[in-house]
Ligand binder design. Structure first.
Ligand code: AMP
Length: 234
């Protein structure tokens, strides 16, 4: 099915694949929500899939749990299998936004192989760029709705006192991995394992860096501008 952005695709006629990269707390989830609403992309968020499995107590959730709560990455093989299976579903034959995947160079290579087997490629990689000191503040103050994933912040946009989500009635809580010890691990893991993924896409001439330190709406506009410029130059 052709989406509104198909004209940006490097292979006309194929659905577009966008990778959204950025350190934890850069606003990937918020921007994914905005882009999905506006452009009807299919968002595949590995973090959300793992969390949903964790809540449902599935074997996948149980396996991912200890890695997630420590701020570590879930093993590559498990994660790649999850995404490949999801991309192979019939409803993924449209423009897709990958949020939080790939997070290692191995995952990026496996994604490339899988897409190549279907005559597809990643069209754009967007990197949400933000200073590390801002991230710790954003993450440790973040509160989210367990059901609809709406986001609040204790300092910038406090949740209701009863911690009941006004949109869906779900419970507002602090993710285990937003607690201080896990946050510091997640930032280290990002630098060691995911930063090289940005370089990998840069080498391929696919990376666009977007300043993510502003308000969500400003970042949204910067993303639209980056995408409207077509494929980046090497
Ligand atoms: P996120 O919501 O994207 O910050 O992801 C939350 C957690 O899920 C991460 O800290 C990891 O433990 C796990 N996770 C999400 N995506 C991946 C991935 N691509 N590879 C490995 N682990 C992941």
């Amino acid at each position: 099915m052709a989406g509104p952005w198909t004209f940006l695709s490097q292979d006309k006629g194929f659905p577009m694949i966008i990778v959204l990269l950025g350190p934890p707390g850069a606003g990937k989830g918020t921007q994914t929500g905005a882009l999905v609403k506006r452009y009807h992309l299919l968002a595949i968020s590995t973090g959300d899939i793992f969390r949903a499995n964790l809540t449902a107590g599935t074997p996948l959730g149980l396996e991912a749990k200890s890695y997630m709560s420590q701020g570590l990455l879930v093993p590559d093989d498990l994660t790649v299998r999850l995404v490949v299976d999801r991309l192979a579903q019939p409803d993924a034959a449209q423009d897709v936004l990958l949020d939080g995947f790939p997070r290692t160079v191995y995952q990026a290579e496996e994604l490339e192989k899988f897409l190549a087997s279907r005559g597809q490629k990643v069209d754009h990689c967007l990197l949400l760029d933000i200073q590390e000191k801002e991230l710790t503040l954003r993450l440790t103050g973040r509160r989210v709705c367990r059901s609809c994933h709406s986001v609040w912040h204790l300092s910038f946009s406090p949740p209701p006192a009863d911690l009941v989500c006004p949109s869906c009635g779900g419970e507002i809580y602090q993710r285990d991995d937003d607690k201080e010890a896990a946050v510091s691990n997640r930032l280290k893991v990002y630098q060691a394992q995911t930063q090289p993924v940005a370089n990998w896409y840069k080498q391929k001439g696919l990376l666009r860096v977007v300043n993510a330190s502003g308000q969500p709406l400003e970042v949204e506009k910067a993303i639209e501008k980056a995408l409207s410029q077509g494929r980046p130059q090497k």
